[in-house]
Design a protein around this ligand. Sequence first.
Ligand code: FEO
Ligand code: CA
Ligand code: CA
Ligand code: CA
Length: 607
Amino acid sequence: MNRRGFLKTATAAGTVGFFATSPVANAVAGSMANQNLMGFTAIAASTADNITVPPGYKAEVLISWGDPLFKDAPAFAQSNDAKAQERQFGDNNDGMTLFPVSDTRAVLAVNNEYINPEYLFAHQGKAISADDARKSQAAHGVSIVELEKVNGKWQVNLEGRANRRITAYTEMEMTGPAAGHPLLETNLDRTAKKILGTFNNCANGQTPWGTYLTCEENFNGYFASSDDKKLGETYARYGLKNNDWGYDWYKHDERFDMAKHPNEPHRFGWVVEIDPMNPNSTPKKRSALGRFKHENAALTLNDDGHAVVYLGDDERGEHLYKFVSRNKYQAGVHTANLNLLEDGTLYVAQFDGKEGETHGKGKWLELTFGKNGLTAENGFKDQASVLVFAREAATQVGATTMDRPEWVAVHPDNKQVFVTLTNNKYRGVRDSQPLNVANPREKNPYGHIIRWRPMKGNHLSDEFEWDIFVLAGNPEVHPEDSLMAGSDNINKDNMFNSPDGIGFDQAGRLWIQTDGKYNNKDNFAGMGNNQMLCADPESGEIRRFLTGPIACEVTGLTFTPDHRTMFVGVQHPGEDMKPSHFPDGGNSIPRSSVIMITRDDNGVIGA
Ligand code: FEO
Ligand code: CA
Ligand code: CA
Ligand code: CA
């Protein structure tokens, strides 16, 4: 079957939009015709243990796991204990947002997703003591750090008053329909509102009212059960099993033992809102946005002022969501906006289209108790149960199973939205995940990016039009006309797999980061290490911009307001004892790091 034919752009001049025939492309054609959107020279794939960027660009380390966040915090050492880690930058930095304060001051909020026990502990995680478990918890969460620009260069300000660590035991408040609900009640918290901690904070978002959104992803991996009683269906759907993923927290912190606290896992898998400027503020979990393996939270303001948040659930065969706030944003009325995410309506996406086509229409299906079969007969008791078990609710209403929705990004024109579908080895393999029009490739080893456009540019619309922006692939090892070769905007010079982090800059360049296979052979030959690319959303052209060190994932991006410094995350270099010594070199253990990218001529990044 020649599916690639559908993806061809019929252009010799290179000026016709990718998917020129699709409604999405037509709607934007001409609105942003910028022949020079990308002005840098594409770089080659790399397997080196360093960062490479285009000629005229420079990449430097801003901060790495274990670096002090306070003047009195110890310097990094693998032997640092839990107390030290509480005062240091967390591990495995992922999504992040820069909050500007002035031309020379800013606050950077960064997720610390998880740990690599093989590097966090000298014993490589083989015997987790109580202090080890506490150190592991302290290496998770969020790091907030003030930056200052000194002699033209951004650096960490250890005296910044916003500097803060949020960890797996920082006190938080549950808000929205699930707050105070029996499903969240435990022996340790009868209020069902006072949650301790956040962890596996994957990607992020930010609001126009100056808060940071951090998203709890693989929370299931931290829970275990000290008895072997069978956990019910609602646990299975979230991947909760009797064994954890090896963190061993439950052995030292009974909250993580589901035999003792069966409702504790209901208190994770949420989006958390944090005021990054106030180190004493209590983070708020926003139950109205649903419980699942949240990837990021792409917030946009609809023309009428409603806050709209697009959300991916990163699991094979799970779904894409949209939240619409009940109230409207009020410019300049700070207190009116602070709880906009407390109350609203959650929807889940259903993609439609003709078999064999790579575009179509779609619908947002409402996840409100009493509607669309979300009733007592089908096991839902109230709105809280719909939100706590959002995955079951999505299935009930007929949502489309997706190939692991990772980040969502809203184009600065506010009319197009993009989502990465990173890969899915079960697609077309498991009965529950048959091929569908939006996820058309069996086992999908390379991933793809879908974009959609809400009807009439109204994010409140229940309908949208979509197409596939890029189908990643390898045209060097698969026949040109096979789906595995990828879409027509993939070639031997820009191949990649497993798109994950995405984000737009102000000019509308789409930055694409990968979390894929880096063995550089077979299906992945020629792709090298994980990388970051830049795309022109109109022409579909994609150029490689950055390559990361050995065994890393590139994830997390944010810019200074002048777009002359870009911050990019390098996560888990050298994972599973792969031979990386990034960034310190020599025989050092590798450390996840935030990287600063600048241009030698101080120009705008990517231009
Ligand atoms: Fe933490 Fe789905 O990536
Ligand atoms: Ca990710
Ligand atoms: Ca990923
Ligand atoms: Ca990751």
